[in-house]
Design a protein around this ligand. Sequence first.
Ligand SMILES: Nc1ncnc2c1ncn2[C@@H]1O[C@H](COP(=O)(O)OP(=O)(O)OP(=O)(O)O)[C@@H](O)[C@H]1O
Length: 281
Amino acid sequence: MTDPVIEADGLGLRYARRRAWALKDCDFALPGNRICALVGPNGAGKSTLLGLAAGLLRPTEGRLQAPARERIAYVAQDKPLYGQLTVAETLRLGRELNPDRWNDTVAERITAAGPLPSDAKVRALSGGQRTRLALALALGKRPEVLLLDEPMADLDPLARRELMGALMADAAEHGTTVVMSSHILTELEGACDHLLLVHGGRIRLEGAIDDLLAAHTLLTGPVADLAPHTVVSSRTTGRQLTALVRREGPVDGPWRTTPPTLEDLLLAHLSTERTPEGTPA
Ligand SMILES: Nc1ncnc2c1ncn2[C@@H]1O[C@H](COP(=O)(O)OP(=O)(O)OP(=O)(O)O)[C@@H](O)[C@H]1O
């Protein structure tokens, strides 16, 4: 296991004039060279966590350790860019702001792969084109840590596949640690190897996705008397597994056990009412 690249210890953040905590008591250690899926429902605290990791927000309590700002690239949900600049001027600015690390080849590879005229003004770009430019700026910076807040939401399916592939290939080549929030879990499942599940401002699950999936089983059927996170024994291996319970079918119907998906894990957590301290069995 490599040293953590991002580490939180009792991390909490409460926005000014807000009574509720956006994040509370968060502890996690994200190892380097990982592609981490940051998932959770709307308002869970994902953007807040990314803002803290990017150094744009300060913890109200606790601590978050991450590389220095110049070694992090952050693509925020609204892709803030200068509207009056052209695409070419935006990339030139990226180069000027990151003279030591900037990599033209990477940035150009991302922009050239899609419909992004270099003389177009940023304010005239479509949502997907803005995303492409923001990702080119982020990767051109040659970051050690890449923080992406729902980066694919504006992209068409082809662009999504192409950019996701480019991101993953680049991260693998350079050992970049990526933290990516998204609600499109099927996409994350194919690309990510680590999971941070946030709900109600708390970290509910963290770890290698393969390990977490292997530690759970999906129980489908008339399992009304089973709590959603009951620990059961695997019939084949005897291993203790946490059952994610999905109630469906007739009351006297059979149970089925299947390996869960990332979506099953998330849905099981969202559908469980829990106390702030509550974590799955
Ligand atoms: N600038 C802000 N000022 C006050 N409260 C905020 C601010 N930004 C977020 N919040 C609150 O903090 C909580 C966490 O919000 P956050 O944006 O981190 O959630 P999220 O998981 O990214 O949600 P989504 O999936 O909808 O993008 C929410 O209750 C939200 O209302």
